[in-house]
Design a protein around this ligand. Sequence first.
Ligand SMILES: C[S@@+](CC[C@H](N)C(=O)[O-])C[C@H]1O[C@@H](n2cnc3c(N)ncnc32)[C@H](O)[C@@H]1O
Length: 312
Amino acid sequence: MSYHVPVLLKESIEGLAIKPNGTYLDLTYGGGGHSGEILKKLEEKGRLIAFDQDSAAQANIIKDKRFQYIHGNFRFFGNFLRYYNISHVDGILADLGVSGFQFDFSGRGFSFRKDEKLDMRMNTGTRSTAEEILNNYDSENLTRIFGQYGDIHKPDRLTNNIIRFREKKRIRTTRELKEIVGRIKPSINANKYLAKIFQSLRIEVNKEKEALIEMLNQIPDILNRNGRLVIISYHSLEDRIVKNFIRNHPTPKAMADGCQNCNNESNKDCLTRFKSNLIPVNKKVIVPSADEIRKNNRARSAKMRIAEKVIR
Ligand SMILES: C[S@@+](CC[C@H](N)C(=O)[O-])C[C@H]1O[C@@H](n2cnc3c(N)ncnc32)[C@H](O)[C@@H]1O
């Protein structure tokens, strides 16, 4: 079993422009594919600190005296670094989303291709599962997450089906969720539709949007001058947040609202207003080559952005 095939490996490591004796963070350790490559570029005084909130990732910990692993959510990475007396780092990598292991082998209901309990927690120590959301959220909130996190067309139709089903019986498994969707999913791109529904639930269960915004907000203070940030994202909501963060361009509406980490959901670009001191390294977003996608189909939706800290 391969735990995870790292995506955009060569490009992301190049993007970090690693200083051999620098200090680096891998915020999403998973199978350690990216971490392993970072370590290869580090010399004796180099240091790598990696985070993952899924305890399963601990099975992949690399034994190396330059490496430290922290089981925790990256939204608190600044606190962890303070605890370890690390004030600044030279590069930060975040390869967002879920690992191949989580999809294929965790048994937590991430994939619509399996019949599993609707859990979807990356950190099984947290409270809310997909089952709880599907059975307890009111229709307004269900429609919100399917619309915003899944870009589902007419999300209220899906919500109505869920409410009708759960009036008779508690929704517990991925098979039952597929049964609920069955009647309304389009005949073309049916799997894509299912994937979007599962994705939106996963984002809500793991509070992925909130974690990403909190993580990004800590980066400007922690990166050293000329330090690099490399972020790989897998859906448009994440990529938009990262893009806005790096460009440091709040929308006029965000400016008018004076919103900080705003929740103005009607304006998709108004996700947050950052005071960033980063500049993009590449004009265009970086995507995997056709060859990489052919070898690893899961890479197909990846988008990578690289930024460098500047002192203004
Ligand atoms: C796409 S995988 C990373 C794969 C890794 N780059 C590799 O080469 O194996 C994403 C990983 O990030 C972890 N993760 C996602 N959100 C997280 C968060 N907020 N805090 C910590 N870990 C997170 C997941 O548990 C998962 O293991």
